[in-house]
Design a protein around this ligand. Structure first.
Ligand code: ATP
Ligand code: MG
Length: 605
């Protein structure tokens, strides 16, 4: 197997074609050699007999994404979804969505729905050629039980009734071979009878386990008679109380793949040591004629580690349960629902998955490359708008003198997009009003300008973007000495887009929102949730490195086109970055925006 790492850290404007990678090369080779060309597919998962009489499989490869429905999916899962569904799409295959629901204790129907939503939102489908490939591992419990009995009959498994402590002590370690269990030499008939008692509820939870009989001296500890069934009286969210024994993941997963006629079973590196058992089990089940041949094979790739982020359902659950965030969909969470609420698009996440590539060695991907993908996707899509996030009032004192009355207003206009996507008509321009009073950013005025400062200070000429050139004349301070109002004069005849626009030279153009038609909005300024690049590296307590400033909420003024946003609509607030109308809290008359990402990578600068 090739182990060439093809992962790379993105540069924001890299537009290289889809990189090939070691997994794709393996699949290409199998396709070229016809490794799976004789495979049949009966239209649904099943054993060897089920598929035997069926036509050849029209899918060239079958892959699967197999989440455990025990939490919300995160950005790491997004990588795996894009990889599996993307390879199937690109190579004439099919990708199954399979709920790996063999563990009765932690799973919930709520997560099943959320996972389906996440896969679809990312732009993928488990439907292909009119067939739905949505499966659940618990549907295979009967077959798994049959496979276990087959191993028992063949002398390839036994019921072990050692105590848990003895079993642990007898397993040995890396330098020390294990010790055979005193139950290891029971006859197949004895084992079968005892296993049926396990199933029949005659033994207590934990009183016995079923183990594969392989080699207690194997250098691979996973081959030292791994446990494959345990007794657990728990109600399963799908099969209820039908079973009091449940298969272990190591046993269940290869069988799930085999029944579904998966060709390439792609998983993360931590399963590498389990591959020999995967092959051992499927080899014996093929020999016994229980599953179709050739069986699937497992391949491992490096999981996504993203800086400033934790990607473990357990740790994310802790952030939620300890109320460090508002929920699984808090815009600071690296969950797919959180990223979506933050303003991420499926296209940005797909681009990210492609950029980071697939490799066989663990590494950290810089959070900035995820942000770069979002900027890149939104640049030509997100309509522009002006918003003032730290408002200070600016009064044009000569307004009535120039325009006849203080209440006079005039329409200004700017394009919604500076470059509309190729072949598309530009969207309608935005229209907003200028009047005697406007809102400007507090940082755009300095009574005593620092060196090089080009914005408002007494005597300086500045353009209100899309409006007039103004000359700053001074300011008013409140009782505490804070600037409460900036004063300026409008220079007639200088409006943007009119012949006189360039008659006077402004030093700078600043963003603003008119007091006449501006709308107040709640703006949530999100930053990274952690202040450490590797919050949980080396077993560190990630809760210690929460960024105390990961959220600040401001009351802003926004131009009317922004106030009319639909929930989930993305914008570029000129000069500030990309923002999204919050999918949960934004409503007509009560705008709420989330900052998705700034305009430039400014973290730590
Ligand atoms: P977690 O550790 O967060 O609970 P998991 O691996 O237990 O994740 P599963 O539901 O079992 O979660 O994962 C479904 C699939 O997603 C698996 O194939 C797994 O390998 C893959 N996956 C999980 N985390 C990552 C990651 N960080 N990068 C890439 N793939 C991942
Ligand atoms: Mg898992």
């Amino acid at each position: 197997m090739s182990s060439t790492p093809t992962s790379f850290h993105s540069t924001p404007h890299d537009t290289a074609p889809k990189a090939s990678h070691f997994l794709r090369q393996i699949i290409d080779k199998d396709l070229a050699e016809g490794t799976y060309a004789s495979r049949r597919w009966a239209g649904s998962p099943g054993d060897a007999a089920h598929h035997a009489a069926a036509p050849l499989d029209s899918a060239r490869i079958r892959l699967r994404f197999p989440p455990e429905p025990n939490g919300y999916l995160h950005v790491g899962h997004a990588k795996s979804i894009c990889l599996n569904f993307g390879l199937a799409r690109d190579l004439g295959g099919v990708c199954h969505l399979r709920f790996d629901d063999t563990n009765p204790e932690k799973e919930d129907q709520l997560y099943v729905r959320a996972i389906m939503d996440a896969v679809q939102w990312l732009g993928f489908s488990w439907e292909s050629g009119g067939a739905s490939h949505l499966y659940q591992a618990s549907d295979y419990f009967d077959f798994m039980y049959r496979a276990a009995e087959y191993l028992l009959e063949q002398g390839l498994a036994y019921v072990d009734e050692q105590s848990a402590e003895d079993m642990r002590a007898h397993r040995g370690d890396f330098g020390k071979p294990g010790v055979n269990s005193p139950f290891r030499d029971r006859t197949p008939a004895e084992n079968l009878a005892r296993f049926r008692q396990m199933r029949g509820g005659e033994l207590d939870d934990g009183a016995a386990v079923l183990r594969a009989k392989i080699d207690m001296a194997s250098p691979n500890i996973n081959l030292r008679d791994p446990a494959i069934y345990r007794i657990r009286r728990a109600t399963h969210h799908h099969t209820g109380d039908v079973w009091c024994i449940y298969p272990m993941y190591t046993f269940a997963h290869p069988i799930e793949d085999a029944l579904e006629q998966i060709t390439h079973s792609i998983c993360t590196l931590e399963f590498e040591d389990q591959r020999p058992f995967y092959d051992w089990l499927l080899h014996h089940l093929v020999q016994g004629g229980l599953i179709a041949s050739p069986p699937p094979r497992q391949y491992e790739f490096a999981r996504l580690n993203l800086s400033y982020v934790v990607t473990s359902k357990r740790k994310l659950a802790q952030l939620v349960s300890e109320a460090k965030v508002s929920g699984w969909d808090d815009p600071r969470m690296p969950t797919i629902v959180g990223l979506r609420r933050r303003g991420y698009t499926p296209e940005a996440l797909q681009l990210f998955a492609e950029r980071i590539g697939v490799s066989k060695s663990d590494s950290w991907i810089d959070y900035a490359s995820l942000e770069g993908c979002l900027r890149e996707d939104l640049e030509n899509k997100a309509h522009r708008g002006m918003a003032v996030l730290a408002p200070l009032k600016l009064v044009l004192s000569n307004w009535a003198e120039v325009f006849g009355q203080d209440s006079y207003t005039e329409d200004c206009s700017l394009p919604a997009l500076p470059h509309s996507p190729e072949g598309q008509a530009p969207p309608a321009a935005r229209v907003f009003k200028i009047g005697r009073e406007v809102w400007i950013e507090r940082e755009d005025f300095e009574e005593v300008p620092p060196k090089g400062y080009k914005r408002l200070f007494p005597g300086n000429l500045v353009r209100l973007k899309g409006g007039y050139v103004i000359e700053c004349t001074g300011c008013v301070r409140d009782a505490s000495g804070q600037v409460s109002e900036v004063q300026a004069k409008v220079i007639p005849g200088t409006k943007s887009g009119t012949p006189g626009a360039d008659s006077v030279k402004a030093k700078a153009a600043i963003t603003w929102v008119g007091a006449a038609d501006g709308v107040q909005a709640e703006v949530r300024l999100y930053d990274r949730l952690f202040s450490e690049a590797h919050p949980d590296a080396g077993g560190r307590d990630f809760m210690q490195s929460l960024n105390p400033d990961s959220l600040s909420v401001v009351t802003a003024w926004v131009e009317p086109s922004l106030a009319q946003a639909l929930p989930d609509q993305k914008f570029q607030f000129e000069r500030h970055g990309y923002f999204v109308a919050d999918r949960v809290d934004h409503a007509a008359g009560k705008p709420v925006f989330n900052r998705a990402v700034g305009l430039k990578d400014s973290w730590g600068k």
